[in-house]
Every structure is written in structure tokens, then in C-alpha cells.
Design a binder for this molecule. Sequence first.
Ligand SMILES: *[C@@H]1O[C@H](CO)[C@@H](O)[C@H](O)[C@H]1NC(C)=O
Ligand SMILES: *[C@@H]1O[C@H](CO)[C@@H](O)[C@H](O)[C@H]1NC(C)=O
Ligand SMILES: *[C@@H]1O[C@H](CO)[C@@H](O)[C@H](O)[C@H]1NC(C)=O
Ligand SMILES: *[C@@H]1O[C@H](CO)[C@@H](O)[C@H](O)[C@H]1NC(C)=O
Ligand SMILES: *[C@@H]1O[C@H](CO)[C@@H](O)[C@H](O)[C@H]1NC(C)=O
Ligand SMILES: *[C@@H]1O[C@H](CO)[C@@H](O)[C@H](O)[C@H]1NC(C)=O
Ligand SMILES: *[C@@H]1O[C@H](CO)[C@@H](O)[C@H](O)[C@H]1NC(C)=O
Ligand SMILES: [Cu+2]
Length: 626
Amino acid sequence: MHNPLMGTARMGQIVLTALLSSSCFASVPSGPLSPIQSRHHSKHFELTLTWQTHAPDGFAREMILTNGQFPGPLLEMDEGDEVVVVVHNKMPFNTTLHFHGIEQHLTPWSDGVPGVTQRQIQPSRSFTYKWTATNYGSYWYHAHHRGQLDDGMYGPILIHPKKQLLSPFGLIAKGDQKTLWAIEKAAANPKQVLLSDFRHFTSEEVQELTVASNLELPCYDSVLINGKGNVDCWSAEKLASLVRPDQAFLLQAANVTSMTAKGCLPLKVLTTVLSPGAPTNVSGIPPELFDVCTPTTGSKEIITIEKKSCEKVKWVALDLVATFGLLTATFSIDETPMYVYAVDGEYIEPQLVQAISLTNGDRFSVLVRLTTLGDYTMRVASTAAIQFLAAHGTLSVKSPDTKNSPPTSPRESIPYINDGGDPLSPNVTFFNQTVQKPFPPEPIPQKADKTYKLHLRLVGPGWAVNETPFPLSEDNNMGQPTLFQPPLAGIDNKNLTITTENGTWVDLVFITATIPMPAHPIHKHGNKMRMIGFGGGDFKWDSVDEAIKDVPENFNLVDPPKRDGFATPQAVTGPTWMAVRYQVTNPGAWLLHCHIQSHFLLGMSMVIRDGVDAWPVVPGEYLAMA
Ligand SMILES: *[C@@H]1O[C@H](CO)[C@@H](O)[C@H](O)[C@H]1NC(C)=O
Ligand SMILES: *[C@@H]1O[C@H](CO)[C@@H](O)[C@H](O)[C@H]1NC(C)=O
Ligand SMILES: *[C@@H]1O[C@H](CO)[C@@H](O)[C@H](O)[C@H]1NC(C)=O
Ligand SMILES: *[C@@H]1O[C@H](CO)[C@@H](O)[C@H](O)[C@H]1NC(C)=O
Ligand SMILES: *[C@@H]1O[C@H](CO)[C@@H](O)[C@H](O)[C@H]1NC(C)=O
Ligand SMILES: *[C@@H]1O[C@H](CO)[C@@H](O)[C@H](O)[C@H]1NC(C)=O
Ligand SMILES: *[C@@H]1O[C@H](CO)[C@@H](O)[C@H](O)[C@H]1NC(C)=O
Ligand SMILES: [Cu+2]
């Protein structure tokens, strides 16, 4: 076990100032540090949403801009701040805004889920979200209405931790005080790196085609880093060289020989292998959606880091935010290992890795140690079976003192991964969630009060977390959000709702009921969860407690990972399961859903009415707001 005392609390300014000796130490935290007992402030943001032509990857289409930009602006604040976000809907359709991973403690009406916590915001109307920044770390905001996330409605959130917070940076600095200061300074000002997939069709066009064809249509056009990228059409040889066994199996089963020019599984795989027997109609699907690839020049994200010649080592922190609508992808920076120090906003025992697999909604905060000037390629490459797609950006380490700067080397940096997201050598270590430990340790009880077994299924063309696909918001509850209904009254659809009591510990066990089944990144609103176990085969027990007696090796009740979303294990030949545990401490109506946009749109959601015995009273202004 590690020693929590090895963590560090940030130092006061006086001590630091006294220790600043050379000009090089200008890189040690020098700005005014807040008093140890920092007062909580109010932070006010205005976000204006417009539907405009924009070309993030070089292809112009109508999409959602936030304050005229894409991705939306960073919302930056301190832990404990009272936050007000006023959303002005200047778009020609309804919308809502969700703050991903933000607890909304005592403010469930600001969670942004239409039909569950609010009514939709109509065109030319505004809505005021008010919440407290109860946690520190990396979060993001995005549309929660229909497929608007895929139209570009998202941006990052950064919550600076309280100064006295115990941090894991001492475990990286290993007793070296200067290293510790350099790391703390870097982590106080992380650079946002948003990783997205992007499509040339609007979300509503895709939704119409989905309904007309009776098929899920999961093929995109580009991957973006901070909203920049291009369409890069790969040769048939390159695509063939990257095909993995699971893809080869699917291609062969459909009697097709290769991925499409866009790097997608051909429609025939979808109609014959993935939706066998379902009545589908592909005649209305434009060839540009799956087959035809048209290259664009687009643009490339360059993150410039200034490294003074007297600084031997420059530490930089990056907040990686996976805003993907569909893809799971590998992220890696050539020749640059990453210390992962926080996941979904919260500190962990650091892991030193060369690559990270990210799925929808994930946040990874990493520190990199830069010693040599030059350009290093940042790579994001899809690992989803459905499509090959990658983006490259540049981490450019430059000297500010130009007279001393060496001639720029034309050398290409050496990659750890290929464009298929696979490691290029056995030396490449990926982040391992199984051994992701909260820092400092956070014990959990050995037993829960209640167990809910939830069956993930494909129901016709729809997806379900439980028995029944969830209706899209406008059909739900006949316009009356769940949160606005009396908590102790009966509920409309028991298949779509779980009700819990405040203070209790709850286990959710997700079981794949349709085989084969892809991984589903399940996100819970309102709180983080601990992933206490997973495995293959049927979950034949009634509770985790019973299961542990039979298969103790599948569980970790000591230091399980904590996140606001966990991906269920993919089921290829037989069922799989995953168990998460949380305590109900945040009464309210919370959505539990798959974060893959096409699955979400096809119904993969349900509502957990947490702590109905202790629901806060919805303020009148929210009951009235629409
Ligand atoms: C837009 O929102 C309003 C208010 O919530 C709702 O009555 C209306 O049906 C919505 N319109 C559409 C097209 O969903
Ligand atoms: C693939 O080809 C085999 C042999 O020709 C045939 O039996 C099978 O039905 C075909 N499958 C599909 C999905 O076309
Ligand atoms: C299939 O889709 C096309 C284009 O959307 C439509 O014209 C046609 O009527 C559909 N066929 C069937 C059998 O539904
Ligand atoms: C892997 O690491 C070993 C030991 O550090 C080194 O000798 C070897 O060259 C590395 N291999 C590759 C492919 O990078
Ligand atoms: C992750 O860690 C677990 C526990 O040590 C180990 O069993 C597993 O093989 C590791 N996974 C990878 C991909 O390294
Ligand atoms: C609830 O689930 C059961 C079992 O799958 C199903 O028979 C029933 O029709 C569902 N009810 C609703 C209202 O969808
Ligand atoms: C809900 O439960 C938590 C944990 O037991 C407790 O701290 C909190 O006060 C409760 N909330 C209400 C409103 O009773
Ligand atoms: Cu899913």
C-alpha cells in the first residue's frame, strides 16, 4: 500500500518566493496564490448557441457554435464556486445543456436532461443553470437533446482544486522539491485537449436515415483535436494492413473483402451480420455516408510549449477530454510518456504510460516531461471495429530565446502507435483501469443495501439498458419532467425507472443479454461510481455478495476505480457483466445511459430516482422556465 503522506499540499507563497533564486525559476509558481482558506466566489458565464456554417475539418456544413466558436469556450472556476451558466438558444430548434460529471448536488434541476430535469429550451429563449462546483478537475459540457452533441455542441470545464488538497504529485517527483514545484505549476494550468469525431451530415439527417433504413449508421468523416483536423483518405493497402481479427471476422461473415474507402465496415456487414433478419432498406443511404471518401486540407492542432534553455526539464499538464459521439480511440504522443494523475476529474495513484484508450465522455489528466526541443506528433486513432479514423496534431517544444534556438530539425518523431490505434512495440504500456486507484485511498463498504440487475439488449432497431428502449425526450412523461413530479407518487414506466432511498448503497449489475454486443460506455448523472467487478458468463447470482462467494477473483472491494462512466465489457461469444457500487447521497432524478450517441438516440437510457425520500423542492423559477 502507498503512504498517503507522500502526497503534497501546495506551499504558501512566502516560502516559494524565498526560494526563487535564478531567472530559470520564474517557472516555479509565481502568480499570487489564493489564501489557504479560499473564499467561494460566484462565476457567471453566458453561452450563446447558434446554427452556422463552419468547416472544422475543411468541409463546410451547418453546425452548432458556442459564442461563435467550436469547440465551445473553457469554463474555468475554483472548487467551491457558485456557478451560473446562462444559455441563449439562438438556434432554430430546441436544446438543453448538460455538465458532464458535475454532481449538481442539491441542484438536480440544472442537470440539463430534457424530460427528466427540465423542459426543452425553445428557440430565442434562455435558460439559467445554477450549480456549485463541488468537485475539482476536468469536466465538459455538451448538448443533451437528441443528437446535437454530434453537431458540435460541447466544450471543456476546468475546476481548480482547493489549495490545501492532498495531491499525488509527490509520487511523481519522488522527493525532488524542484520537480514537485514544476509539476504543481504545470498541473495548476493544464492545457485542454478535446478529442472528437466529426460528421459531414447533420445529426438530424443521420437520424432520419436511421429511421428510414431501420439501421444504426455509425460512420464518421474525421477525428478532430481541439476542433481541428482533415479528411485523410487512406489507400486500400493501408486499410487492409490495419484490419484486426474482429474486423476480419465480420468482413468474412458478410462475404466482403475490405473496409470501405472511408475506412468503415461496409453496409453489407451491418445488414447481414450485425442486424440479421431485421427488415432494412439501404436504398436511401447516400454513398458519402459509408463509402465515398473525399479528402480535405483542413487544419492541424499545434500546441506550442516554451522551454527556456536554462530549464533542463519542462513539465506540462494536459486534460484529455473524449467528446466522441461514437468512437473509442487510442491517444499517444510520440517519444513522450505520460503520467496519468487524474481520471474523470479525480486524482489517482499515477500511472506512467505511452498510450491511453479513451471512450465517450472520458477525461484523463496527464503530465509530460519535456527535455528536448522539437516537434512531437500527437496521435488519436480509432479502435472501434466499425471504422478506421485518425488525427495527428503537434506538440511543439520551442525555445523563447530565439538567438539560442537550434536549427529546427526536420526529423520525424517516432510513434508508439499506428493509425489503427495499436501499439508498435511490446514496450508500449497502455493505461490500465483495473489498477486505477483513487488517491488518497477511499474505502467502500463490503456490502450494498440493494442490487439491480440491468440487461443490455438490442430491441429491434433500438437499444435498451433494461427491458425497454427509452423514448426520446419530447415523448417522455408528456412534457412533465420526472423531477417535477411528486417523488413518492407512482411512476409511469417501471421498466425505465429505478427508485432508491437516500443514504443507501446501491449495486448496478449490467449484463449483456444480446450476443454479440459492443462495449457500452455507461454514464451516470449525479455522482461517480466504483467499478467493483466484471467478468464473462452469466451473472447468475442475486447480489454481488453471493457472487463473491463463487468468483472472488472477479471483484475488488479494496481500491476499485472511481469514475462517472464505465464501459461494459464487449461480449463476443457469450455474455459478460460489470458491477458498479455507489452511495445515494445526491437526491434527484438522474439519467443512466450509454454515451454512444447512436445508442442513446435509439433508447439506451433509464432514469434513477435517487433518494426519493429526500428530494429537494424544485424552485418555482425552474418549474416555470421553459
Ligand atoms: C420544444 O420545447 C417545447 C417546450 O418544452 C415543447 O413543447 C415542444 O414540443 C418542443 N418542440 C419540439 C419540436 O420538440
Ligand atoms: C457468403 O457466401 C456463402 C457461400 O457462397 C453463402 O453461403 C452465404 O450465405 C454468404 N453470406 C452472406 C452474408 O452473403
Ligand atoms: C426504401 O427507401 C427508399 C428511399 O428512402 C424509399 O423510396 C422506398 O419506398 C423504401 N422501400 C421500402 C420497401 O420501404
Ligand atoms: C524495448 O525496450 C528495451 C529495453 O529498454 C529496448 O532494448 C528495446 O530496444 C525496446 N524495443 C523497442 C521496439 O522499442
Ligand atoms: C491490468 O492490470 C490487471 C491487474 O494487475 C492485469 O491482470 C491485466 O492484465 C492488466 N491489463 C493490461 C492490459 O495490462
Ligand atoms: C417491460 O418489460 C417487460 C419484460 O421485457 C415487457 O414484457 C413489457 O412490455 C415492458 N413494459 C413496457 C411498458 O414497455
Ligand atoms: C442523504 O444522505 C446523506 C448520506 O447519508 C446525508 O449526508 C444527507 O444529509 C442526506 N440528505 C438529506 C436531504 O436527508
Ligand atoms: Cu452503447
